[in-house]
Design a protein around this ligand. Structure first.
Ligand code: OGA
Ligand code: MN
Length: 578
């Protein structure tokens, strides 16, 4: 299975360029017309930039099977582990406190913990620290499965059967999920108030779902987690863990909105919980409910001003709102803060972008350089975030350096046909040309007419340019490139596009010049070029590039994304669409 690496280091970008053409430019992660889950599902797009590309959010195991491994950096197991990590630590602490008291009394939980052995404490602290450091270093490595430790409130039904709960947890830890499930269900029969048993049931179902790639089991896991979340009289920390796990699985199933609704309505007494507010903020961002994300994150920071998740993510919301001045300090704080989720590649990308647009390029490149050094980007100039490892990386290519030279020759032979069909569409009152809406333009007018995207043909558009589509349909590595598009691009005089990077290194972008006036330029990496009518230029749009049109009449090019030549057939089949 093609495991997607966030970023393999080593691919060096071009040397720093003397000066980006317009000094105060910047970048905004763009897929061209990459379909985003928020757009596809909800039809909402705020300021042209969203929190996550579709590829970052697999919906259900059906897609997971079709698409191969998730480009999202977390496996479901990792995700739940993260979700419960904090609750877990809390429980372990409570457990330690409780173990220190023998025998437990009715009000044991309210008594101060007794120090058992300071040496042991220190050793535990050191271990914790080491683990913390190691975790930081091995951020991207797969960690062993951990589950919620049995921590049982002395006042609760769970306490009486703590040994059985631990035994069931051990089954889970040994990956005997079916047995763990059976055991938790048996315990629940005799102890219907055992919230830990319900959580255990959910966790076992979750793992089984993952193992069997079964959406039905995910739904069952969600149901069990939801019961945990809404447990009447249940221990708060277990409830929170249940809510977070529920929400995480719902998000996986593409139900972020429904999750927010549930968390909102069901949780009167948990609505001020920091972890819950983080989750609401996250799921709102995923489902493009930016206003609501903002209010959850703002409240979160009132309660917990140093919260690294809140800082980075609230900054991200301001970035989406184009409020760069407010975004920058928050995103900086997020990068420095205590939560890795605010150090994902998109945070480096958008902080740098905001800085560039504020005319603070030096700081932007400092951020990009840190992003590259921390493995979040391939290089400071190649800032795509959905990457396959070990692909040849250079800003400019020639057709002859690719296996597509013969295809390009054939396409160029028909360039006038392609041009005339595009012009005819333009003359139909620009019929079909979509205005660029990803906030990539600094100024001007730029439209696109798309024929293929994510490996699918757009038949309605193709009918308007039948000869062009016929040619392209025969070229599988372009028409079938699930991480790209085939489209016409028309740019009017006076248009300036901010520097930006595409979302993936898995494609090369071919531009066939169709109508090319003087004084129109494209920079990619360190090289600035222009187009020639009937001729094709090739660049890797995961590298920073920008375009400016100071000419006197419109420019039209035909853009064809081809799979990167280093990808295997299997990767082409399994990579998720962007
Ligand atoms: C691109 C791009 C601008 C243009 O193809 O990635 O930014 O000139 N193109 O159409
Ligand atoms: Mn571009």
């Amino acid at each position: 299975m093609a495991v997607e690496k966030k970023s393999s280091r080593g691919a060096k970008g071009p040397p720093p360029k003397g000066k980006a053409k317009s000094s105060s430019k910047s970048s905004s992660q763009s897929s061209g017309s990459g379909t985003l889950i928020a757009v596809a599902v909800l039809g909402v797009l705020v300021a042209g930039v969203v929190y996550a590309h579709q590829a970052g959010h697999l919906n259900s195991y059906v897609e997971a099977l079709q698409q191969g491994s998730a480009p999202s950096q977390k496996s479901p197991i990792d995700a739940v582990k993260d979700e419960i990590k904090n609750a877990d630590a809390e429980f372990q602490q409570a457990e330690t406190e409780k173990d220190a008291k023998t025998p437990p009394t009715k009000d044991a939980a309210s008594k101060p913990a007794k120090k058992v052995n300071p040496e042991e404490d220190k050793a535990a602290d050191d271990k914790k620290k080491q683990e913390g450091d190691a975790a930081k270093k091995a951020k991207k490595q797969k960690k062993p499965v951990r589950i919620l430790q049995a921590s049982i409130g002395a006042k609760e039904a769970d306490y009486e059967i703590r040994q059985e709960i631990r035994a069931a947890d051990r089954l889970h830890t040994k990956k005997k999920y079916q047995e763990a499930l059976t055991e938790f269900r048996r315990l629940l029969k005799g102890n219907p108030k055992c919230i830990r048993c319900k959580y255990g049931e959910g966790a076992a179902l979750h793992e089984l779902a993952d193992k069997q790639r079964s959406n039905k089991l995910v739904q069952e896991a969600i149901a069990a987690y939801k019961e945990t979340c809404t447990w009447s009289g249940g221990r708060r920390s277990v409830r929170v863990a249940g809510c977070l796990a529920m929400s995480g699985r719902m998000s996986f199933m593409g139900q972020s909105r429904q999750s927010v609704k549930l968390l909102d309505t069901v949780l009167a007494d948990l609505s001020e919980d920091v972890k819950i507010l983080e989750e609401i903020g996250l799921q709102c961002l995923i489902s493009a409910m930016n206003k609501k994300a903002k209010s959850a994150l703002t409240r979160l920071l009132e309660l917990d001003p140093e919260n690294g998740f809140g800082l980075g993510h609230l900054g991200f919301v301001y970035k989406l709102e184009l409020r760069y001045e407010e975004a920058v300090p928050l995103m900086f704080a997020g990068l420095r803060g205590n939560d890795d989720r605010s150090r994902e590649p998109r945070f480096y990308y958008h902080l740098g972008d905001a800085l560039q647009r504020l005319n603070r390029s030096d700081e932007a490149y400092e951020v990009y350089s840190q992003g590259a050094d921390s493995g979040n980007f391939n290089s400071m100039y190649q800032r795509s975030t959905y990457n396959a490892p070990n692909l040849k990386a250079q800003p400019w290519w020639t057709p002859e350096e690719t296996p597509y030279a013969a295809d390009i020759k054939r396409i160029e032979k028909h360039w006038k046909t392609i041009r005339d069909e595009g012009l005819a569409v333009m003359n139909l009152n620009q019929g079909g040309f979509d205005k660029e809406e990803e906030n990539l333009r600094k100024e001007g007018d730029w439209g696109q007419f798309t024929l293929f995207q994510q490996g699918h043909v757009l038949e309605d558009n193709c009918r308007k340019v039948p000869k062009t589509c016929k040619i392209m349909k025969s070229i599988k590595d372009a028409a079938g490139c699930k991480r790209g598009q085939v489209k016409y691009s028309v740019m009017q005089p006076g248009t300036v596009v901010w520097p930006h990077c595409g979302p993936t290194n898995c494609r090369l972008r071919f531009h066939l010049g169709l109508v090319v006036p003087d004084d129109v330029h494209i920079r990619c990496g360190n090289d600035t070029r222009t187009w020639y009518e009937g001729k094709t230029i090739v660049f890797d749009d995961s590298f920073e590039h920008e375009v400016w049109h100071h000419g006197k009449s419109f420019r039209m090019v035909f853009i064809m994304d081809f799979w990167h030549p280093d990808l295997t057939q299997r990767q082409k089949e399994e990579l998720s669409p962007i």
